[in-house]
Design a protein around this ligand. Structure first.
Ligand code: NAD
Length: 353
């Protein structure tokens, strides 16, 4: 098949990990006889340095024409001064909104070889296989923001239509899995959460009677996620709760560097990125974990290009590389002395493709 993929390496370790995902896509392209056009574009802090804009017009236009977008990470101390008017994050929010990707999927699976890499006990982690569905284009991150001399305001708004579409997305996923949906809110305090709970109950009752639904308050969810993570199948929540809980859930897997994400809208076009940031503390040292980005490329192959066999092959190769002990320092733990570099970890995957 022919496909056009926009590649946005971004900042910090972003270019280091996307380079490895590009090599994996090239290897799959060759092996399976596809033609992938990969266009690399400036984005985030790197684009601010070049053009003054974190999401330059040509970058946005190319992303809108592409079949999928693969992103590394953006941001860093250089662009983070509190008084800065232009920030890399504005580029990311703008891109998500322009692409209309309202559903952020974050699978968390604990690899048996990495049970020791998490700070939780391995008996709690065995068999964990859950997926978060985070609403991505609404809520407090997109509401009106105001600053007065001695106060500041962020407005949180959700519409019925925004809640319905994200709940349907999560429920469809649950139908392909263990048919268990947990919806997370703060309905004892927030009006948006009371609407969220009401709409979720109705959509699930009317359209997905085959999926069990449990409502959970966000504070309780934060606790249950580390107390009994195996019990969860699909979790759906609003933008900010999802942002926070998915970082917590990533620790089940051992490192932020291991986890992929897919952001999807109505069509097949999607935005794929590892869940970690630009990790300025390790940027340029060649030790970043590339697996989260490689697994994001696998999600891209599956969800945007419909290439299931290729996606399965890439995921199996990453899993086999981890089993073989190709671990970067963030997950190598006590064996950190024997840890591999970003390139060596990616080579271990390519060798198994
Ligand atoms: P971060 O995810 O960049 O790093 C947190 C910790 O995890 C660091 O110790 C880092 O070294 C480690 N880490 C992250 N990814 C890793 C990988 N692949 N391999 C090994 N270790 C890894 O979060 P932060 O430090 O809070 O933020 C740094 C910058 O990234 C900030 O400017 C922030 O705004 C930005 N950020 C961007 C995104 C994004 O691009 N989507 C997401 C989160 C944070």
């Amino acid at each position: 098949m022919k496909a056009h993929i926009a590649v946005l390496p971004g900042d910090g370790i972003g270019p280091e990990v996307t380079a490895e995902a590009v090599r994996a896509l090239r290897a799959l392209e060759k092996r399976h006889g596809h033609t992938f056009t990969l266009t690399e574009l400036p984005f985030g802090g790197a684009a601010i340095d070049l053009t003054g804009n974190p999401l330059p017009e040509p970058t946005l236009e190319t992303c809108l024409r592409a079949d999928a977008v693969l992103l590394g990470a953006i941001g860093g101390p250089k662009w983070s001064a509190p008084e800065a008017k232009v920030r890399p994050e504005q580029g990311l929010l703008g891109l998500r909104r322009a692409l209309g990707v309202y559903a952020n999927l974050r699978p968390v699976k604990v690899h048996p070889a990495l049970l020791g890499a998490s700070s939780l006990k391995s008996e709690v982690l065995q068999g964990v296989d859950l997926i978060f569905v985070r609403e991505l284009t609404g809520g407090i991150y997109f509401g009106e923001k105001r600053r007065e001399a001695d106060s500041a305001t962020d407005v949180c708004t959700y519409t019925v239509a925004e809640i319905e579409r994200i709940v349907r997305c999560a429920a469809r996923l649950a139908q392909q899995r263990r048919r268990k949906l947990v919806s997370i809110d703060k309905s004892n305090v927030l009006e948006t959460s009371r609407l969220w709970r009401q709409v979720t109950s109705r959509v699930m009752r009317e359209e997905f009677p085959d999926v069990s639904l449990e409502h959970m308050l966000v504070d309780a969810a934060a606790m249950h996620l580390i107390r009994r993570p195996r019990d969860f199948d699909v979790l759906v929540t609003e933008n900010m709760f999802g942002d926070i809980l998915t970082d917590e859930a990533s620790m089940l897997a051992g490192s932020l560097g291991l986890l992929p994400s897919a952001s999807l809208g109505e069509g097949t076009r999607g935005l794929y990125e590892p869940i970690h940031g630009s990790a300025p503390d390790i940027a340029g040292r060649g030790i970043a974990n590339p697996y989260g980005t490689l697994l994001s490329a696998a999600l891209l192959l599956r969800h945007s290009l419909g290439l299931t066999a290729e996606a399965d092959a890439l995921e199996a190769a990453v899993s086999a590389a981890i089993s073989a002990g190709a671990l970067t320092p963030d997950v190598a733990g006590a064996a950190a002395a024997g840890a591999v570099s970003t390139r060596e970890a990616a080579e271990a995957v390519l060798a198994r493709l």
